[in-house]
Design a protein around this ligand. Structure first.
Ligand SMILES: [Zn+2]
Length: 61
């Protein structure tokens, strides 16, 4: 499965935080989940993040 570069921002998910992760999907999932766990104490599963990314990708026009 080949996907384009994506971007996740904490602020999009209700965090008062300027963190952004951009890059290939695998990289963003890893970086974002590590960040939310370390900084916000929320452990997003890979599946949950993948769903967020898929929703975001489909909304893009
Ligand atoms: Zn954050």
């Amino acid at each position: 499965m080949k996907l384009t570069v994506i971007k996740l921002k904490c602020i999009d998910y209700g965090f008062d935080c300027s963190f952004e992760s951009e890059g290939e999907v695998e990289h963003v999932i890893k970086e974002f989940s590590e960040h939310t766990e370390d900084v916000h104490g929320i452990d997003y599963s890979k599946e949950a993040l993948m769903q967020i990314i898929l929703n975001k990708t489909m909304q893009k026009t």
